[in-house]
Ligand binder design. Structure first.
Ligand code: SAH
Length: 225
């Protein structure tokens, strides 16, 4: 059970600490007010281990176990912004996320999509994320333990797809699950030299834009229990 005091945070997780993070994100170029509001509202400290809670509002990635990390807030904000702006006012009815991790980006996305479908290949991470999202009473989300390489065909098409791990190339299985006008945000490339890419669907054409250099954990095929 998450108490209100825990949710709103105290000391290093207080409103003032969170506001400093928002100021930093603005300084780094995040402009969309709805994205900034969402990052202000989602309690990132609840998604990391208690021992790391005091660092939850620093703009850094943090370990979440199983050699994975919670993404840096700037990256979560930039990806969310790239998705919303790419959708250009179209309604995000269904959004697919690959790489639930601790569920933080998932929670951010639920503020913008009617429903978020999120896939994670490491079962214990998925179960932990499920618990936190439930405690936060976020209900417009479905989680699935599977290899995200295949997307989630039975729920396609998606107006948005956001991938939190980097494959070497854009998986066709994912672009095929984009709705008309749909947007895929995905890091592409080998470790150490990845680029965040936005693919927008127009009929059978896929328009590709390179957004910025990024550093993600690798996209791994198959699942793990
Ligand atoms: N947005 C998450 C990021 C977690 S790191 C957060 O903020 O916590 C990326 C996640 O992608 C890891 O949990 C990793 O297990 C997962 N992942 C990597 N390859 C995957 C695949 N093929 N299918 C599903 N998830 C995958």
């Amino acid at each position: 059970m998450i108490h209100d005091r825990e949710r709103s945070g105290i000391g290093m997780t207080s409103a003032r600490t969170r506001e400093r993070l928002i100021d930093r994100l603005k300084a780094e170029g995040v402009k969309n007010p709805a994205v900034l509001d969402r990052l202000r509202a989602v309690p990132r400290h609840l998604f990391v281990d208690e021992a790391l809670a005091s660092r939850a509002y620093e703009d850094t990635a943090l370990p979440i176990g199983f050699s994975q990390t919670i993404s840096q807030p700037y990256i979560v904000a930039a990806m969310t912004e790239a998705l919303i702006e790419g959708a250009a006012g179209r309604k995000l009815t269904r959004v697919l996320e690959i790489g639930t991790g601790c569920g933080y980006q998932t929670a951010v996305l639920t503020g913008f999509a009617q429903h978020v479908y999120s896939v994670e290949r490491i079962q214990p991470l998925l179960e932990r994320a499920r618990g936190i999202l439930r405690e936060l009473r976020i209900s417009n989300v479905s989680l699935r333990h599977a290899d995200g390489f295949r997307g989630w065909p039975s729920q396609a098409p998606f107006q948005g797809i956001l991938v939190a791990a980097a494959p070497e190339q854009v998986p066709v299985e994912l672009t095929e699950q984009l709705d008309e006008g749909g947007v895929l945000i995905i890091p592409i490339g080998a470790r150490g030299r990845q680029t965040l890419v936005r693919v927008t669907r127009a009929g059978d054409e896929f328009n590709r834009e390179e957004l910025m250099p990024v550093s993600f954990v690798p996209f791994v095929e198959g699942t793990s229990t």
